[in-house]
Ligand binder design. Structure first.
Ligand SMILES: Nc1ncnc2c1ncn2[C@@H]1O[C@H](COP(=O)(O)OP(=O)(O)O)[C@@H](O)[C@H]1O
Ligand SMILES: [Mg+2]
Length: 238
């Protein structure tokens, strides 16, 4: 049984351009960790470093229960139980939602996984027969999350799930994501610029600024420190 994803002394760069410096992060199954930071702070780079995106050069280590994920191909990281939902929300547009979910089920995952996923992300149930190209941005986001859950991961990395979505759909996504750690005994990492969303959801929050982790603590502590929020996060995030 895997239980903890750890990032230790991680630095990342694109060619010669450094994007992250000595990042430490720990995510336990059943918990939700939030990553907040302005545009360009390094949130996406951190998630991509965890899934060993080949575009990025990484130093330091990423491991699950002491087993290093470094030097593994991205698909092997996925097989070890890390699901990544990139900010692109790409689904197969010509397939139905049901087909999109079906092809994502890993071998060995129980046959009732679809039902469990639909219970956890109820928005998707009414979309099963629709084609990918018929979905709104919010519906696509819900489907990409449901699709990631089909592989029964131990860890789920969500990159800016609320970006560009209406408040109503953000609320629905928040309700779904909030229940995932407990329902699936899942460790969730959610990278966001949406301050409210993250501080409502997460058990622990990390603030990134220009590639460095500048603050870590509970959401309650962050919410109670407006100066800190002003210093490290953009106006409109509160
Ligand atoms: N493909 C890339 N090539 C070169 N630099 C990149 C690339 N993607 C991101 N960066 C740079 O890395 C830094 C962190 O970016 P990113 O991780 O996308 O931040 P965030 O997700 O917090 O907005 C920024 O300075 C950005 O310009
Ligand atoms: Mg990003």
């Amino acid at each position: 049984m895997t239980s903890t994803l750890t990032v230790t002394g991680l630095s990342a760069s694109y060619g010669l351009a450094s994007a992250l410096k000595s990042i430490d992060l720990r995510v336990e199954k059943g918990r939700c960790v939030g990553l907040l930071g302005r545009n360009g702070a390094g949130k996406t780079t951190l998630l991509k470093s965890i899934v060993a995106d080949p575009e990025i050069t990484v130093r330091g280590d990423v491991a699950i229960d002491g087993r290093s994920l470094r030097k593994l191909a991205t698909y092997k990281v996925a097989r070890l139980g890390v699901a990544w939902v990139p900010d692109t929300r790409r689904i197969f547009t010509r397939l139905t939602v049901a087909e999109n979910l079906d092809i994502a089920r890993r071998r060995g995952v129980a046959s009732d996984q679809l039902e469990r996923v639909l219970e956890a992300v109820p928005l998707v149930r009414g979309l099963l027969k629709r084609a990918g190209y018929e979905l709104s941005g919010g519906e696509q986001q819900a489907v990409t999350i449901a699709r990631a859950l089909m592989s029964a991961p131990d860890f789920l990395l969500l990159d800016e799930p609320t970006e560009g979505l209406s408040p109503l759909i953000v609320e629905q996504l928040q309700a779904s994501i909030a229940r995932l750690p407990e329902i699936f005994d899942l460790g969730v990492v959610v990278a966001e610029q949406n301050f409210r969303f993250v501080t409502d959801l997460a058990d622990e929050v990390h603030v990134l600024e220009t590639g460095e982790m500048v603050w870590s603590g509970t959401p309650e502590l962050l919410v109670s420190d407006p100066d800190l929020v002003d210093r490290h996060l953009s106006v409109g995030e509160k």
